[in-house]
Design a protein around this ligand. Structure first.
Ligand code: AHR
Length: 495
């Protein structure tokens, strides 16, 4: 049978939240210092912000950026990072074992987001998303941070912000109740019960101060008993549930590109745990759905690129295809996703690297760019017939969990407000091209974007770009050949 892809553009399954294309900047390695902030560099503006980084990131149209961590949060005292720079303390940093100089803090982050937002065509701003210190931090400090950022009255921390030169409140809506509090590496790791009790109390107090906050619960990977326990306790008082997954499978290409399918299962399980908790806790169905905030995701092998050495991954074509599968997962599961944040945005496990001379767009930049640009609007139904991979997977349990294996063509599709259909197709095979009948697009003007390279090991560095994007047109007639180890986006007007 000829392989086939059918897209039913009239069958809208669920809205794709624009927040799916979020970023994350942590005080870790060269993300902040040397990535977004580098006052010594001739490439920086008068604020010390790297102009080339800002220009590149504007291409991604990022809706929200999480800050200041990650694990960094667990010992971060935000007041160290405000006021005159020469008075800010340097402190030992216990997540990544460096020294935090505090030269970049809340006001610099907000200023950087404003600069980044200047590029937005519709005057949209890049939303801040701040993560609270539930390690060594106190509730008092958390409340003070919210007051500093959002206070409009004549109160101490609102006035401190004004005294630091920021008359207008920052209106920070998104706040995380800690980060990976379940992890043994965490300063002040907690049991699920202890965390749940504390998170519920913090949520109550934070809402009394600012009822408009969107509060995000600290989950694990969506499938753990931690997720179950904290949701049962806190679902009535939070707005989203955060989960984290990183994938990697060494040099095994097919394992690498199918690994994100484990995250798809995690999303479905987390969504069920959320629904169950809402039912059991009597949350009214009229309350907005509690969505998943997938606020750390990416390809990362911490042994290959250790966190305390800056976690600078050099991504291959195979990793770019894994990122495309990751993004397909988010589009397919868009019903459940309220936000997702690639970890991270610059230098640290990132699609964008800085050098002294400029920026390097890694292989993973390209799928992210295409999804952020075109996979907007609604997820639509697809049907794919292309055979499936049913060999070993990473993690090993995934092989059994995939009912019919992993389709050789991993697909998602969307239709946007203007009626443009975008079809994202990853040919995960490193051996076979697929000639495919794409139903219903004969005679259309189809824009084609292809990301591939001769080898799955191809990479981009300062001196070579082996993985880029090729653009073309197709009239939709006859079968379309999706080359081995490639990502293709086809885009056409529905009517
Ligand atoms: O993104 C790197 C680290 O990975 C984050 O700090 C932490 O939350 C996760 O373990």
């Amino acid at each position: 049978e000829t392989p086939l892809i059918e897209v039913d553009a009239a069958k809208r399954l669920s809205k794709i939240d624009p927040m799916t294309y979020g970023g994350f900047t942590e005080h870790m390695g060269r993300c902040i210092y040397g990535g977004i902030y580098d006052p010594q560099s001739p490439l920086s503006d008068s604020n010390g912000f790297r102009k080339d980084v800002v220009e590149a990131l504007r291409e991604l149209d990022i809706p929200v950026i999480r800050y200041p961590g990650g694990n960094f949060c667990a010992t971060y005292h935000w007041q160290d990072g405000i006021g005159p720079r020469e008075k800010r303390p340097s402190r030992p940093e216990l997540a990544w074992l460096g020294t935090e100089t505090n030269q970049f803090g809340t006001d610099e982050f907000m200023a950087w987001l404003s600069v980044l937002s200047e590029g937005s065509p519709e005057g949209k701003r890049v939303e801040p998303y701040l993560c609270l210190n539930m390690g060594t931090g106190t509730l008092d400090e958390a409340l003070a941070w919210v007051e500093y950022c959002n206070g409009t009255r004549d109160t101490y921390y609102a006035n401190l912000r004004r005294a630091n030169g920021h008359a207008e409140p920052y209106r920070v809506k998104y706040w995380a109740l800690g980060n990976e509090v379940w992890g043994p590496w965490q300063i002040e790791q907690m049991t699920a019960d202890d965390y749940a009790k504390k998170a519920a109390q913090w949520a109550k107090a934070l809402r009394l101060l600012d009822p408009d906050l969107v509060l995000i619960l600290c989950g694990q990977d969506g499938t753990a008993s931690w997720d179950h326990t904290v949701l049962q306790a806190c679902v009535p008082v939070v707005d989203m549930h955060s989960i984290h997954v990183y994938t990697a499978a060494g040099t095994s290409h097919v394992k690498n590109v199918t690994a994100p399918l484990a995250a798809e299962r995690a999303i479905r399980i987390a969504a069920s745990l959320i629904e169950l908790a809402r039912i059991e806790r009597g949350v009214s169905v009229s309350r907005p759905p509690t969505k998943i905030c997938f606020d750390e995701w990416n390809v990362w092998d911490p042994e290959r690129a250790p966190g305390d050495k800056g976690a600078e991954e050099q991504y291959t074509l195979s990793d770019a295809l894994a990122v495309a599968v990751w993004l397909n997962v988010f589009v397919r599961q868009s019903r459940y996703i309220g936000m997702a944040n690639i970890a991270q945005t610059v230098n640290v496990i990132s699609p964008l690297m800085t050098t002294q001379n400029g920026v390097v767009r890694q292989s993973t930049w390209w799928p992210l760019l295409l999804f952020s640009r075109y996979m907007r609007g609604w997820t639509v139904a697809t049907h794919v017939r292309a055979g499936a991979y049913d060999g070993e997977t990473q993690p090993a349990w995934l092989q059994g969990a995939l009912e019919d294996g992993a389709s050789w063509l991993d697909v998602s599709a969307s239709v946007d407000e203007q009626g443009y259909v975008s079809l994202a197709v990853v040919n995960i095979s490193d051996k076979e091209d697929f000639e495919v009948e794409v139903k219903g697009i004969a005679g259309k003007d189809v824009s084609v974007y292809t990301i591939t390279a001769p080898q799955v090991t191809a990479t981009n560095t300062e001196s070579k770009e082996e993985v880029g994007m090729v653009e073309g047109m197709w009239n939709g007639e006859g079968p379309y050949k999706f080359p081995k180890h490639s990502f293709t986006m086809l885009r056409w007007k529905a009517q």
